[in-house]
Structures are given as C-alpha cells and as structure tokens.
Design a protein around this ligand. Structure first.
Ligand SMILES: [Fe+2]
Ligand SMILES: [Fe+2]
Length: 205
C-alpha cells in the first residue's frame, strides 16, 4: 500500500524525517508502539489543557474537546494492538522532543497561546509524516492502522494551524516569524543525534 505524506504537511515541516530513524523504528516496533501509546494519551491531555486554560474561547474549546476524544480513541486502539502483540503498557518520561518544545513556550499571553497552537501543529504534522514513512515497513495490519492515523493527524495539524491564525490576535508577520523559529527547533530535534529512541526522536546515536 503506497502511503503518501500530504503535501501541506511536507511543506510545513522544516526537515524530513531521516531514513535512519525510519529503519530504527521498523526494527523496534514494540518500543515505538509503547511510546506511541504514551503520545496519544499526551495528545488527549494537551487538548484538554486548552479547555482548562482558555474556557471562554468557545470555538477552540469545542474543537479541543472533540480532539481529546479522538486522541483517546487512538490511545485505546494502540493499546489494543499492544495487547494483541503481548506488549504491556507503562508510562514513559517525557522525550527530548516534547521537553524541548514545551520549554520553548513563552509565558505571556497571547504569545503563550500562539506557541502552544504552533507547537501542536508541528507535533501533529510530524506524527503524520512519521506514520507515512514507517507504515510500509511494518507488519501489514499495523501498517494499515498507521496509514489510517495519518489522515487524522493531518486534520489535527490543519486545526491547530487555523486556530493559531484566528485565536491569538497576532499579526501575520509576527506569527510567521515565530513559526519559522519553532520549525527550526523542531527540525533540529528530529534530525540531530539522539541517544534515546522514541516516536519523535532524532537520528539514532
Ligand atoms: Fe492521535
Ligand atoms: Fe493528533
């Protein structure tokens, strides 16, 4: 099954996933699934975070509520596949990727909201791209599942980016400038050597 990364996702990301990560992931499926399950849980929690932090923003709140449910469904699906494969679930500490992006969020509003939304867009876009890259190298059933997730994550990427443009009251020039900075950081994190293998890790060190 040919799996194509949506052109908007390719254009958005600062750098493609290195082949070395894809090869590593294909050989470490159990570890990838465990981290992936953790990522889906974190994605649901991140979506809920917007509801708590910005309760008066109705459009954002409704979308994030639905997003949280969808990510929880992904979490359930990944856990079911793990059970079938005899892989037990446990919570993992934050990856270098998640930690560094979280540290980049500025404290003052509306910059904080802008950063959270742009980083959300980047994480969703990267996840989409990696599902596409790795799915042809996986056992057929898992590869098909990843091919389906890719469409969801592409949609999530579009939602996060659209909210960054409509919810923050930040002009286009400033938004684009900040987006370029965050794209650069994200691209570094996925292309530089990384001692730890995760779903969003860099080149295996
Ligand atoms: Fe997801
Ligand atoms: Fe997502």
């Amino acid at each position: 099954m040919a799996v194509v990364v949506p052109p908007a996702v390719v254009a958005f990301l600062g750098a493609p996933t290195p082949d070395a990560w894809v090869d590593e992931a294909a050989g470490r499926v159990a570890e990838m699934l465990l981290d992936h399950a953790n990522c889906e849980l974190k994605a649901a929690s991140t979506a809920l975070g917007f509801l708590y932090r910005y309760p008066d923003r109705s459009n954002l709140a409704q979308r994030m509520s639905r997003l949280a449910r969808e990510e929880l469904r992904h979490f359930e699906q990944v856990r079911a596949i793990m059970s079938e494969m005899g892989i037990s679930f446990k919570r993992l500490t934050a990856s270098r990727y998640a930690g560094a992006l979280r540290d980049a969020v500025r404290d003052d509003e509306p910059k904080k909201l802008l950063d959270l939304l742009l980083i959300g867009a980047l994480i969703e876009a990267r996840s989409c791209e990696r599902f596409a890259q790795v799915s042809p190298k996986l056992p057929p059933k898992l590869g098909k599942f990843y091919g389906g997730l890719l469409e969801s994550e592409a949609r999530h990427f579009e939602h996060y980016l659209a909210f960054a443009k409509t919810e923050c009251d930040i002009n286009v020039g400033e938004l684009d400038g900040r987006l370029e900075e965050l794209k650069g950081l994200e691209a570094k994190l996925v292309t530089e050597p990384d001692p730890q293998f995760r779903f969003h890790s860099g080149v295996p060190a």
